[in-house]
Structures are given as C-alpha cells and as structure tokens.
Design a protein around this ligand. Structure first.
Ligand SMILES: Cc1ncc(COP(=O)(O)O)c(C=O)c1O
Length: 398
C-alpha cells in the first residue's frame, strides 16, 4: 500500500482511513480454504468494524460471499439499500413491532423471545410469505438466547409456526480465543446435545452455527454448518493465544499528515494539561487528528506513530482534533508528511492490538472506534477505487 492518496481526494482534512480491498479478499480466501464445505457468514456489523459495511459487503459479495451478519435493522437496511443481494442475518434483538421490517427487506432475524416469533408469524401469514429465523440459544454468554436448558422445547415450539422457516440455530462464545478452552468445550457440548435431541425428535434445522474468528481457528469441531467471521477478514487475529495458520493482511490503515512543526525549549510544555514537559530542546509535530476521531486519550505520552517508516511517540495529551508527536530524532520531517497511526509503513506496523494493549482495550474496539470524520479510501490493485466521505454525504467513484 503506498503512503499517499495520489489524486486530490474528495475530502479536505488530511486524515483518513485506507482500506485495502485486496487484503480483505486474500484474508477471505485463506479463511475459506480452511473451512472446506462449511459456509461462511461475513460479520459486517458496526460498519464492518469501522472499515465501511457497504463497501466491504459489496466487495465480499463480488468474492462470492452469500451471507452477511449485522446487529441492527438499520445496518441491515443500509446494506439492502446499497444493493446487497445476499442473505442478511440480523443477529441483534428487535421488538415485535419491527417484524414487518424483517419481511420488507427479506432479512433473516435472530429470535429467542416468543412475542417476536409470534409477530413474525403474524406478519408473514398476512403476506402469505415465510419469515426466516435463526433460533438463538444461550449456552453461556448470558446475552441473547433461550437458556440452553430450555432450548429443545423452545425450538420445537418455534418450528411449528407455519409461516416461519427456522433456518438456523446459533449460539456465541464469550471466550473462544483464550488459552483455556474448557468453557468453550462445555458450550459446544451443550449446543451439540440440543442439536442431537432435536434431530431425534424430527426437528431439522439446516444451519447450526456458533464460531467466531477464535473458534474458527482453534475449535474445528465447532465449525458445524456455518461460521460467522469478522475480525479475521479484516486481517487480524482475535488474540495472541490462537493458532495462526494464515498470513492475514491488515486491511485498515489510519493516516494523517503533519500540519505544524515547532521547536520547543527546555521547560516548555505541550498541549492541554501540560502533560509533556521538555527537558531539552525538542521538535514537535502537530497532527490533525484527536480523540473525537477515535484516537484514545489514554495514549498520551505512550502512543506511537510511524513517520517515514520510523517510530515516534506522542508528546502530551490528545486534543479533540489534534495530537502531538516528538520528532526530535527525525530531522527530515516536513509539513505534509504522511503519518501512520494504525497500520503498516515500510517494515514497521502499529496494529490494533498494539494500540489496544496500551489503553487496556481490545483490537475490536480500537478498529470500531475510528470515527465518521475520517473518510474511508478504498484501494484495489494499488489504485483508489472508492472514497466514502460521510460528512459530504456522498460516495465518489474515482
Ligand atoms: C454473535 C457474533 N458472532 C460472530 C462475531 C464475529 O466475531 P469475530 O470478529 O471474532 O470473528 C461476533 C462479533 O463480535 C458476534 O457478536
């Protein structure tokens, strides 16, 4: 990936996120190769973890992905309106009054509460169509789902509704990417026991699915009929404890440009709260990106960036729209130089994990928090193919 957006991009602020579509395709093909006949559902919730749900889903659909997962109806409708034709599974909870939206947009809906199931049945019956549902079983996350002890009976009931297709049965791991897999193994046992009991009673559900990235890597016995993969498609392993069979390519890079350079003297301070005190003459670069863009304030004085392929450390606290970097050791820096906050520059990389470690967070949060003020610049074959600038409310195809 080159350092610069070559032609004048359709945005003015010199801070943006680059998304490497080739990397996403390469990650998809590697993950898929390890799955055999198991289906893959691409998790593109939360704007594809910040990379841009519409652009990512469109690209994945071109790569042959047929099912996408989101967690709100608005996310699902956004994809439909953008022309996504594949199946869209809303994994989030909705109220019975929203049943019609599921049918209007031919969505698949996660269900576990009877009022919603009844509302979907009534809405589907009124239109003389079938609503597609995925029955959620809580095997230990205590978030959504029928508790596993009651799941067989609930699945039997839900499968009797004439206008509902129980297309899937799903559960979720709270800890598939840790070293200790004992709880995950218990969950697999619970889920498979429910499947066996239902089969014995003649209740066939076509798609049993429970795996996220961590489980795809480490728990092949849980792949079942389908897996739901997010983070790995974007080029990151979910933790340092999982197997690493793939050469995942980081797909996101957050870039800004030096907007001011100043030399400060011993005793001078930098930024709000005067958190950096110069003990000698220092060179400070000002970057036009701050905590309102998703760059965490806890990175003060410890965050790192890449300039000219070399590391530099944040100086002082972050502002809402700017931050400071100590560049005393990089004498050739000039205004306008590209600075990588997350991603690769030359041989160096600052991964979402690196940032997460410093702010006591996880890579998921680091990725998903990059804000809408950062235009998304999509590259394919080294060329910019699309730019999304939400502030200008437009999409420009270059
Ligand atoms: C229910 C569910 N399934 C699958 C995933 C995908 O997880 P990952 O990004 O680790 O692949 C998520 C993400 O958190 C999720 O909430």
């Amino acid at each position: 990936m080159s350092t610069h957006v070559q032609s004048q991009p359709p945005f003015f602020r010199p801070s943006w996120m680059e998304v490497d579509l080739d990397a996403i395709a390469a990650n998809l093909h590697q993950v898929r190769a390890g799955l055999g006949v198991v289906q893959l559902c691409a998790v593109v919730k939360a704007d594809a973890y910040g990379l841009g749900a519409v652009e990512v889903a469109r690209w994945l659909e071109r790569q042959g992905v047929h099912r996408f997962a989101v967690v709100t109806l608005d996310e699902a409708v956004e994809l439909r309106r953008a022309g996504i034709r594949g199946a869209i599974l809303n994994m989030g909870a909705i109220g019975p009054q929203q049943a019609a939206v599921v049918l209007d947009h031919q969505l698949e809906q996660m269900v576990f509460q009877t009022p919603l199931v009844e509302a979907l049945e009534a809405a589907a019956a009124a239109r003389d169509v079938h609503a597609k549902i995925h029955f959620k079983i809580d095997t230990g996350m205590s978030r959504y789902g029928v508790p596993w002890r009651d799941a067989v009976e609930a699945a039997r009931q839900f499968s009797r509704f004439p206008h509902l297709d129980v297309l899937g049965a799903m559960t979720h791991f709270p800890m598939s990417d840790g070293l200790d897999k004992s709880f995950a193994l218990l969950q697999i046992h619970r889920f498979k026991s429910i499947r066996a009991a239902l089969r014995q009673q003649g209740v066939e559900i076509p798609l049993w699915h429970m795996c996220n990235s961590g489980a795809v890597l480490d728990l092949p016995q849980a792949h079942l009929d389908m897996v739901r993969v997010g983070l790995m498609l974007y080029g990151y392993y979910p933790s340092g404890d999982v197997r690493r069979p793939h050469d995942l390519q980081p797909a996101a890079r957050v870039v800004t440009r030096v907007t001011a350079l100043r030399t400060i003297q011993r005793g001078d301070t930098v930024g709000y709260g005067r958190r950096f005190l110069a003990e000698q003459e220092e060179r400070i670069a000002v970057l036009p990106i701050g905590y309102a863009d998703g760059y965490d304030r806890k990175l003060r004085n410890i965050g790192e960036v890449l300039i000219q392929g070399k590391r530099a450390t944040l100086a002082g606290g972050l502002c809402m729209d700017a931050c400071f970097v100590r560049v005393t050791h990089l004498p050739d820096i000039a205004i306008g130089d590209a600075v990588t906050l997350m991603g690769c520059d030359g041989a160096e990389e600052i991964s979402p994990h690196d940032i997460a470690r410093k702010i006591d967070s996880v890579s998921y949060e680091v990725l998903a928090r990059w804000g809408r003020r950062l235009p998304r610049v999509y590259r394919c074959g080294g060329e910019v193919v699309t730019v999304r600038n939400e502030l200008a409310d437009r999409e420009t195809v270059c």
